[in-house]
Design a binder for this molecule. Structure first.
Ligand code: FCB
Length: 449
């Protein structure tokens, strides 16, 4: 197969999130977060598992960074746990929490790896949830306070900032479907969360610009951009509604285009917007982060609440049951380049893939290795999509694999392994899978199957 070729300055990284890898949930002065509470709810997480220990990266970060260096990774995307920095959500700063992230970044820099920090990857302090959480506008004041502390205490060490990870999941999985913390099933709460998460992003960027810090700042979305199941007007419309509801509702206000019109036309969705909010949300950003896993076809469906439903695909699936659809990745990246072109008066907004990867049923074989051929093929195909869109002029500047390590996969607990490095959760032993070496070779310029 064709060799994968990338620009010399392409940024290669790996991604994780605090609750999924850190562990030390009750150490170092960390406060309770909504995932601590949610995972105690019977039936919420597979087998009652939780992130108390996770990959124990809090104690093992040096080993993890050494592995990144061995693979030639140039950047590490991690998230800052809000309850480690401000345990009660507001008020007192926890110096031990600050010190942990400073140690982490300093070690990354010692190994020549840049630090890409996500400010919010879903571990909301429980005290704030108790005060109303994301659906309550008062969350914005708390978020502003938190991000200012992060800029002040860590700003000298962070090379790239991401405000929020996947607003779609925060709003819909956490507040409508109830499958993620805090586990609500309430449309009004969901719509308020949509708007408040968008606002929180804008506030984070606005405050950041006041600090004079120079590292780029952006946001990470997980856009849904389905293809129509059938080449008919009805299914094309269904695909457009799905995109508006899942993607444009987050992306468009940030890009200065306001909330998508289709939303008001096709649904009874309204968000609790106040005068001046859209200006706050539409702060100029330096890049767009994209998490992509799969694509499904959308079809018109009169019986569905919003007149569309997702249809089955023919492709081979991963251990998540998600179809492997690199073609959808290419189409999505081209669409994002198109809709973001000219935003904030800039010719183009750089794009980074901040997550891409797959879960496989990995096992350690008798030779002590993990032969994860399906993941290698998945990565090869999705990286080929990246290389293709770069050739077509999409301003794609980097790629972070999800994930560096097998970790706590939210409601699936430890059953879904996304790592390029295998973690034995009994011993915490890390073993690079074959895919880790495939990625190493690709970074070194030998990306071939
Ligand atoms: C994304 C999340 C990430 C991880 C992957 C598999 O939605 O951002 O934390 O769980 O899915």
């Amino acid at each position: 197969m064709e060799k994968l070729i990338f620009p010399v300055d392409f940024l290669w990284g790996s991604s994780t999130a605090s609750y999924q890898v850190e562990g030390a949930a009750h150490e170092g002065g960390r406060g309770e977060c909504i995932w601590d509470t949610f995972s105690r709810k019977p039936g919420a997480v597979y087998a009652g598992e939780n992130g108390n220990v996770a990959c124990d990266q809090y104690h093992r970060y040096e080993e993890d960074i050494a592995l990144m260096a061995e693979l030639g990774l140039k950047s590490y995307r991690f998230s800052i746990a809000w309850p480690r920095i401000i345990p009660a959500g507001k008020g007192k700063v926890n110096p031990e929490g600050v010190a942990f992230y400073r140690r982490l970044c300093e070690e990354l820099h010692r190994k020549g790896i840049s630090a890409c920090a996500t400010l919010y990857h879903w571990d909301l302090p429980q005290t704030l949830e108790d005060a109303g959480g994301w659906p309550d506008r008062s969350i914005l004041g708390a978020f502003e306070e938190y991000v200012k502390v992060c800029y002040k205490e860590l700003g000298d060490l962070i090379d790239m900032w991401i405000t929020i990870n996947e607003p779609l999941c925060v709003a819909f999985l956490g507040h409508l479907h109830g499958v993620h913390a805090p586990g609500h099933r309430d449309l009004q709460k969901t719509l308020a969360t949509v708007h408040h998460v968008n606002m929180a992003h804008g506030i984070a960027v606005k405050e950041y610009r006041k600090t004079g810090l120079k590292a780029p700042i952006g946001i990470t979305w997980n856009p849904t951009t389905p293809r129509p199941a059938v080449n008919s007007d009805a299914d094309k419309k269904a695909a457009e509604i799905a995109r508006a509801m899942n993607t444009e509702i987050f992306m468009f206000p940030v890009l200065g285009k306001g909330y998508p019109k289709l939303l008001a036309q096709e649904t009874n969705y309204t968000v609790p917007i106040k005068d001046g909010d859209l200006e706050i949300i539409a702060q100029p950003i330096d890049f767009i982060g994209i998490n992509y896993y799969h694509e499904s076809p959308a079809a018109a469906d009169e019986d569905a609440p919003f007149k569309f439903s997702m249809k089955p695909s023919w492709q081979e699936t991963t251990a998540m049951g998600w179809p492997i659809t690199p073609g959808g990745f290419e189409r999505q990246l081209e669409w994002i380049a198109e809709v973001s072109r000219g935003a904030f008066g800039k010719a183009e907004i750089p794009i980074y893939i901040t997550e891409n990867g797959c879960a496989c049923d990995d096992t350690v074989t008798a030779d002590g290795k993990i032969h994860d051929r399906q993941r290698i093929e998945y990565l090869y195909q999705h990286l080929a999509a990246c290389a293709n869109v770069i050739k077509k002029g999409v301003p794609l500047k980097g790629y972070y694999v999800w994930s560096l390590l097998d970790n706590f996969e939210w409601a699936f607990g430890y059953t879904k392994r996304f790592g390029i490095i295998y973690v034995d959760f009994k011993t915490m032993k890390r073993t690079p899978k074959d895919s880790a070496y495939f990625l190493r070779d690709t970074i070194a310029g030998y990306g071939e199957l």
